[in-house]
Structures are given as C-alpha cells and as structure tokens.
Design a protein around this ligand. Structure first.
Ligand code: ADP
Ligand code: ADP
Ligand code: ZN
Length: 246
C-alpha cells in the first residue's frame, strides 16, 4: 500500500458488501495492468489487491527483492534492469509460474508489470489454464498515458526499498521524510528511474510491450482507461469497470 491518503475506503469502494462482482465477492480473475513505465500500474494494482484481498504480483518488485537478497536470479537480473532492458522471458516466466501456483492466488491476483512480451502473455494463458478458477479468467486493463506525462511521473516517483510502496514528490510523500508510512523502510529513488535509463525503458515498452494492448483487445479481454487523470479518478473508473466485467 502507499500512503493511504487516497485509499479506496474514501471512495466507498471498500464498503461494498457481497453483491456479485463486488470486492467482497472476490476478484476471481487474473487482472493484468498494462501501460508504460510510470502509467500508475503499481499505484492502482496495490489498491485493487487490497480491496479484493488478493495478491499483488509485481514482477519488478519480485526482481528488486531478488537483487536485494543477492540471489542467483537477482545477480542475473540486476545489470539488465539497470540498463532498462527486459529480463529474458524464461527467467520471468519461471518466477511467475512458481508464484501463481501458490494457494493464495486461487481466488485471483493482480499482475503489475507482467506480461511484458507476447511470449509472456501466451505462456500466462497456458499457466492459468492449469489453475481451477483462473483458467480463461485473465482480464487486461490498459492505462493510457502519454510519454511526456510518464517521464514527469517517473522523475517524481519515490519507492520504499523494503515493501515497494509508491510515493511521489508532487504530494504523496511519507509523513516522516524518507521513511515508509507502511513498513518504516527507506524511501528512495529507484536507480532505474534516472533519465538515461528511463529512455531505454520507454523504448522497450514501445517495441515489446505495447503490442499486448492489441493482443488483449483481439481476445476481447481489454478494458481501456484514460490513465492521465488523477489517481482517485482512475481508481474509481477501474473499480467500476471491474464490477461491470464481473
Ligand atoms: P515500472 O513500474 O516502471 O513499469 P517495473 O518495476 O515493473 O517498472 O520493472 C522494473 C524492471 O524490471 C524492468 O525495466 C525490467 O528490467 C524488469 N522487469 C519487470 N517485469 C518484467 C517482465 N515481466 N519482463 C521482463 N522484465 C521485467
Ligand atoms: P507504474 O507502476 O506504472 O510504473 P506507478 O504506480 O509507480 O507507475 O506510478 C508512477 C509515479 O506516478 C508514482 O510516483 C505515482 O505516485 C505517480 N502516479 C501514479 N498514478 C498517478 C496519476 N493518476 N496521476 C498522477 N501521478 C500518478
Ligand atoms: Zn515500505
């Protein structure tokens, strides 16, 4: 969770009881947040996961954890992340396959930053096919934000080193400077949020990830949102769209 100042409860979303499709009824989907770096995927994914009580699966957070712990996977991923390129599919897929097979994903999960290539999207469908309750239940949400705005957002992003909570210098900063509201961890600027790396990450997005928008549209599994509006407006539309999708 982030600072919580724009938490879902303020919108009454968390108060919905057990209407079909409401948070209390469970997500029962593999929700996929698409959009360029800085679009707001993590911010929205954390809120959906909290309200529906399902895991938030950020492959970026998972890699950063591996890097912090100095695992073999972390050692392989670190230089690739620092250069702004994508980690090879087989590494990402092995990690996701293991995670999504755990029982806490059976009622649904929210993917953030995954899939990022067509191969990952296709493999995800195969993986979900083996999970009762999630087979054929993927749904992608594209947060459309133009390049200028994502560059601005990334420059102002600050992130908790420990729990991944997302802040920004434009008004959503921790109560105590540099200290995460959620876990007390250190709030920093991600090394790959520096301008030189951001350009490469945006190029990787355009070449490898943007085609997924068409992929999910073609399969009738796409919700398109204008992600350029403020956090609570995007959040309200996202929850409404999820309820409609059932
Ligand atoms: P952002 O939130 O800015 O979109 P992430 O935290 O999702 O960034 O990802 C950070 C980095 O981790 C990426 O630039 C990439 O190197 C790596 N990464 C994360 N998810 C994936 C993925 N699904 N496939 C390949 N690389 C990934
Ligand atoms: P992503 O996961 O897509 O890379 P984040 O959720 O980390 O994006 O958001 C990037 C930065 O932009 C963060 O500092 C976040 O606080 C901020 N942010 C997210 N959504 C919005 C929004 N709708 N309007 C303004 N700033 C936003
Ligand atoms: Zn934290």
């Amino acid at each position: 969770m982030d600072s919580g100042r724009e938490g879902a409860s303020g919108d009454g979303v968390a108060d919905a009881k057990s209407e079909p499709g409401s948070p209390a009824a469970g997500l029962k989907r593999a929700l996929i947040l698409l959009g360029p770096p800085g679009a707001g995927k993590g911010t929205q994914a954390r809120e959906v996961a909290k309200v529906y009580g399902v895991p938030h699966l950020s492959t970026g957070d998972m890699f950063r954890e591996h890097v912090a712990q100095g695992t073999e996977l972390g050692r392989r991923a670190k230089p690739i992340m620092e250069s702004g390129q994508l980690v090879p599919d087989e590494i990402v897929l092995g990690m996701v396959q293991e995670r999504v097979a755990r029982p806490d994903c059976a009622a649904g999960c929210v993917f953030d930053g995954f899939p990022r290539t067509l191969a990952q999207a296709e493999r995800l469908e195969a993986i979900l096919g083996g999970i009762p309750g999630l087979a054929g239940r993927s749904l992608a949400v594209n947060l459309a934000v133009d390049a200028e705005e994502v560059v601005r957002r990334i420059a102002s992003r600050r992130t908790c080193r420990k729990c991944g909570a997302i802040y920004n210098t434009g008004g959503r900063m921790p109560r105590v400077p540099g200290v995460c509201d959620v876990c007390g961890g250190e709030v920093i600027q991600r090394p790959d949020d520096r301008e030189e790396v951001v350009r490469q990450r945006l190029a990787a997005y355009e070449q490898q990830t943007r085609p997924l928008v068409d992929y999910y549209r073609k399969h009738g599994r796409l919700i398109e949102l204008d992600g350029s509006r403020d956090i609570s407006t995007v959040q309200r539309d996202l929850f409404a769209a999820l309820e409609r999708a059932g």
